[in-house]
Ligand binder design. Sequence first.
Ligand code: PLP
Length: 403
Amino acid sequence: MIDAQRLEALRLLDAYPRRGLTIRRGEGMYLEDDRGRRFLDMMSNYGVSILGHNHPAIVEALTEQLRTLGSLHGSFAGEIRARAAAALLDRCGGGLGKVFFANSGSEANEAALKFAVLATGRKRFVAFRNGFHGKTLGALSATDGDAYRAPFEPLLWQFAFAPYGGAEGLEMIDDRTAGVIVEPIQGEGGVRIPPPFFLAGLAKACAVSGAVLILDEIQTGLGRTGRFLASSAEVPEPDIVTLGKGLAGGVPAGAVLLSERISRAIPRKIHTSTFGGNPLAAAGLLAVLSVLTDDFLQRIECRGRALAERLRAVASDEIVDIRGKGLMIGAEVRSERDAILRLLQRERVLAIPAGPGVVRFLPPYIVEEGQMEDAVRAFEAALAAIRRDREFSAAEGAGCAVS
Ligand code: PLP
């Protein structure tokens, strides 16, 4: 049997933090490793596997599509792509009239930024501290954080970073601003929820100054927070929305949704993609949309509330805050975040980091009560182990001081 971890370490660029697990297969809420151990997936592969693993609707749609037509450039019309675009726009509503298909979240944001420049003739942007929009050059220009940016400065155009959730951002928007790019809830930045009317205020300021508001719903969209788009209550008629992650059931895909007004400013050929809107992604997208009915989204909200309540009921001094919306939940902890993630993994539960001190739970939407209980029990056990460790170290330290 191939030792995948060893071979990857040898042959893949060492670009990712490694979890020390080789995953063989997925089924529903579980991932199975090469030793046959089952792990409860409370992170949906960083938000991608929103319907769990091997969802029958997706497996069937992709298999059928691959038998029919696996690839089709955007210069040819294709029924599956046409249906996928129409269904996605229908589902989003809000006057969004056109879609551009990309292949990832970063790519969708790249395109959105270019579209804002084309629509306004301006090149200044407002983005937010702790915001994350991807690591390709354009998306990175909008992403905060020296660790990612410093080696590549100067980055593109002019991006000014405002505190997330405050009024300062509004003051930075004027008639030289091409666009404002914002996450409705910051994901990578620590599951941060802005105060009410923050997005509405940005939308208004953009409308007044002729700037384009880009709502990055790559993590929050597609029902993650219990609504199809997390921003729709505050921004009912958006300029641009970007989507990615679970958009196509695990096939790499991203999308830029544009209002008719913005779409009229984008000339043909200026931005295209060989793979964008390929039939596999389109088939995956239609399958995802067929599952994400209004009733289904309502269940996400209920499950999210139940999970957050259970996490809040954990009595531990290690917890600073439990926050989130729908099934996007962050547990801010006093102790070392990565140690907790490792301990969770030892308990066969997979979660991911968010920001410096936050453990992030992004479970597939199919998560059941019992699985949430298992996850919370594992979290409790991880915190208890951390506490025991700390008490042990403190006792040892005291011992040293005496001797
Ligand atoms: N925008 C947000 C809000 C994200 O969370 C991410 C990825 O985590 C991205 C953009 C980048 O997406 P991708 O990794 O598919 O390029």
